[in-house]
Design a protein around this ligand. Structure first.
Ligand SMILES: *Cc1c(COP(=O)(O)O)cnc(C)c1O
Length: 456
């Protein structure tokens, strides 16, 4: 069959409240034109994030019921730990309430002021956690990643020549770890090839620098490798995942992504002395090392989700549904990051609204228009998110201005995606009338979450 269907049926539904344009005009004005400040019930299709928004399976819901809520040494913890070890292959598993808690603990132990952490592209909380500790987060995307329109199979790769040059420039002793993010979320949800992971690992080992993977979308990345990289067509996703992580010394993970959980995360390492320091910090802010800020039932849901996400029927549907939206928009001449990423479609707001200066926040302007048009909530990934240097307070255009439409796992159907395509098309038809924004209020870190805007 040519039609690839959602490989699940729906047992329980969640109603969507439909709103009018006049209502949405009022809601967005009250929210200071920041989509994070809207009430979720006033959103029709919520593509703000794929994080924690997955539909859990019947198997996950039933696993919740066997959650062991013992403070220490719960059965649910052992099931969780065994699953993570089996899939990722690391010795020490540290549970956290979400991905950023894993990052904070990892960096608190490894990063000292003045140190430099390279990544293909840092996710926003990853960057902020490094900068908060006085470190410098350096993005080293591969050259192909810089052209959003270019079709290339692994645009998530790290530029390994730039990595070598950086190590030469700052010295390996000032690089506490090298990270690679799979898939590259801030860089368009693009996958990283096995060859690139292997090469980054080789460079890291040569210089005695630990190598970590930001594993949030590990299964989507593995399936891209299976589809696109020579030599992996006949390997199972599970084998590909095992190989990816065999090159690393540890990982951070948000279970809100590729584990179909509504909350959770973990940190892994093979280094016993680091693990000890990390557990000490964990107790301070997250909880005892056998629950780490999670309920026993959460650990159960994650353990089941980590196995389900490796099912290839699911992954095929997942990548096809994202590509469906990206390809329909491309056919209509609308600028999107090519090729489609795994979890999201990224509109190229700078090309969509070429009459706006990056400092008039074209990504923000486009995100607001999609909400006004059809109640769709996406997120700006651009100058609002990355344009301000937290040390100097200086503002400059980010590398790109995108609107990310992240697709929650198993939550929406194809008709919802057809609605999204139609809405983007309608905004495209009146793009010349769209004006920019200015910021009227902002916090010192992660300003995109709470800043307030005014139309220009
Ligand atoms: C979501 C995400 C994180 C942070 O995880 P949270 O669970 O949101 O704290 C880190 N890195 C990447 C690539 C992510 O997508």
């Amino acid at each position: 069959m040519n039609t690839i269907i959602e490989p699940f049926k729906i047992k329980m539904v969640e109603p969507i409240k439909l709103t009018t344009r006049a209502e949405r005009e009022r809601y967005i004005q009250e929210a200071g034109y920041n989509l994070f400040l809207l009430r979720a019930e006033d959103v029709i299709i919520d593509l703000l994030t794929d994080s924690g928004t997955s539909a859990m399976s019947a198997a996950q819901w039933s696993a919740l019921m066997r959650g062991d809520e013992s403070y220490a040494g719960a059965r649910s913890w052992y099931r969780f730990e065994a699953t993570v070890r089996e899939i990722f292959g690391f010795e020490h598993v540290i549970p956290t309430h979400q991905g950023r808690a894993a990052e904070r603990i990892l960096f608190s132990v490894m990063v000292k002021p003045g140190m430099v952490v390279p990544n293909n592209t840092h996710f926003d909380t990853t960057r902020a956690n490094i900068e908060y500790l006085g470190g410098r987060a350096v993005d080293l995307p591969c050259p192909e990643a810089k052209d959003p329109a270019l079709e290339a199979p692994f645009k998530g790769n790290m530029d390994t020549q730039a990595l070598e040059a950086l190590i030469e420039e700052v010295g390996p002793e000032r690089i506490p770890l090298i990270m690679i993010t799979v898939t590259n979320n801030s860089g368009g949800g693009q996958p990283v090839s096995m060859a690139n992971i292997r090469e980054v690992s080789r460079i890291a080992r040569k210089h005695g620098i630990p190598f970590y993977i930001d594993a949030c979308r590990f299964a989507e990345n593995a399936y891209f490798i299976k589809l696109r990289e020579e030599g992996y067509q006949n390997k199972s996703v599970r084998e590909i995942v095992a190989e990816m992580f065999s090159y690393a010394d540890g990982c951070t993970m948000s279970a809100k992504k590729d584990a179909f959980a509504n909350i959770g995360g973990f940190l892994c390492t093979n280094d016993a002395s680091l693990a000890q320091q990390e557990r000490d910090l964990l107790i301070l802010t997250e909880g005892f090392p056998t629950y780490g800020g999670l309920a026993g039932r959460d650990l159960e849901a994650i353990a089941v989700g980590l196995r389900e996400v490796l099912e290839e029927d699911y992954l095929r549907y997942r990548l096809v549904s994202t590509r469906y939206v990206a390809d329909h928009l491309t056919e209509r001449g609308i600028p999107v990051v090519r090729p489609a990423g795994g979890h999201a479609v990224y509109l190229d707001a700078r090309r969509f609204l070429p009459h706006l200066d990056p400092l008039e926040y074209p990504g923000q302007a486009l995100a607001v228009e999609l909400y006004l048009e059809a109640g769709i909530r996406g997120v700006e990934i651009g100058t609002v998110m990355f344009g301000k240097d937290p040390h100097t307070g200086e503002e400059r255009p980010a590398q790109w201005d995108l609107v990310r439409l992240a697709i929650p796992r198993r939550a929406y159907t194809q008709s919802h995606m057809d609605y999204v395509v139609e809405a983007v098309e309608r905004v495209w038809a009146r793009r010349e009338e769209i004006r920019g924004y200015r910021i009227v209020e902002e916090p010192p870190f992660l300003r995109h979450f709470t800043a307030r805007f005014e139309p220009l």
